[in-house]
Design a protein around this ligand. Structure first.
Ligand SMILES: [Fe+2]
Ligand SMILES: [Fe+2]
Length: 284
């Protein structure tokens, strides 16, 4: 695993200059959509509630960085080298560069919100989705196919992540620089989703029957892992403000699939995409 500091080369990302989170900051605007945080925080006085929304924006960006650093970048590098997907090496290299940009932008967003909202001492001990995805990869590694599981995690993440962005842009009264940053990320991720859905059938057909089953199994485990509610984030935010989090189920800040009931459908659609079968028409 590479350290974030070593994979980010600031000179390569002049486009990031358009995001100045500090200069564009308006303390009267929310940092994160109010309907994307659990209701136990709403007992806070308005000024503290605003800080809690800043904590949610911080948590969202930290989660994005972890997923991109630990799973998407290493897997995109592997796809760039894999014989079945190597003809798209330049496009996977581009994914790596864009994910590095997303990490850098999210780092800046975190620094800014910590400073603006006085959150320098708030630390999230674990990002539960990253922990759960690490478990998926570790358990596959113990059975000898850790790399394959990592590719399945990356494919699942990249093929579904675009669906999480509309959720974040529902509330348009957040900081303009925050919604612009989410929109910029969404633009890149739409392209990544297309690339993965176009490329992966050849990779999948190059696998043995056993590995195809392992790959589909890892997709399923990844989707289930993404559905665990924000069990490690909200207690930390609650504790920070002296409140007790009562295990209220809320959509995770980063994971694109938000309910266990949706897992079989999403999994089936991804499997069909790998087999180049069209997704079934949604029922009325
Ligand atoms: Fe990204
Ligand atoms: Fe991506």
């Amino acid at each position: 695993m590479k350290d974030t500091d070593t994979i980010v080369d600031t000179a390569r990302f002049p486009r990031l200059d358009q995001f100045d989170f500090d200069s564009d900051f308006n303390a009267e605007l929310d940092d994160f959509p109010r309907d994307a945080v659990p209701s136990f925080l709403s007992v806070l006085p308005e000024d503290q509630y605003r800080v809690a929304l800043g904590a949610a924006w911080l948590a969202y960006n930290e989660g994005v960085m972890l997923g991109e650093r630990d799973f998407v970048i290493p897997a995109a590098e592997m796809f760039a080298d894999n014989p079945a997907t190597r003809d798209r090496a330049a496009q996977f290299d581009r994914v790596v560069v864009e994910e590095e940009l997303h990490i850098l932008g999210s780092m800046r967003a975190c620094e800014s919100v910590r400073l603006q909202r006085g959150l320098q001492d708030l630390r999230f001990p674990h990002w539960h989705v990253a922990d759960a995805l690490n478990d998926v990869q570790d358990s596959a590694a113990r059975r000898g196919y850790g790399d394959l599981a990592m590719l399945a995690i990356c494919f699942t993440f990249e093929a579904t992540i675009s669906s999480s962005f509309p959720h974040l842009s529902r509330d348009r009264v957040i900081q303009p620089s925050h919604s612009a940053w989410v929109a910029r990320h969404a633009e890149d991720e739409t392209e990544h989703t297309r690339l993965f859905l176009r490329t992966m059938p050849d990779f999948f057909s190059s696998l043995s029957y056993t590995d195809q089953n392992r790959f589909v199994g890892a997709i399923n485990s990844t989707l289930v892992a993404m559905c665990v509610p924000g069990a490690s984030i909200w207690p930390t935010v609650g504790e920070y403000f002296g409140l007790r989090y009562e295990n209220e189920v809320v959509a995770d800040l980063v994971a694109p699939v938000t309910s266990l009931e949706r897992v079989p459908v999403v999994s089936l659609n991804l499997h069909r995409a790998l087999l180049r079968q069209p997704a079934p028409e949604p029922k009325e």
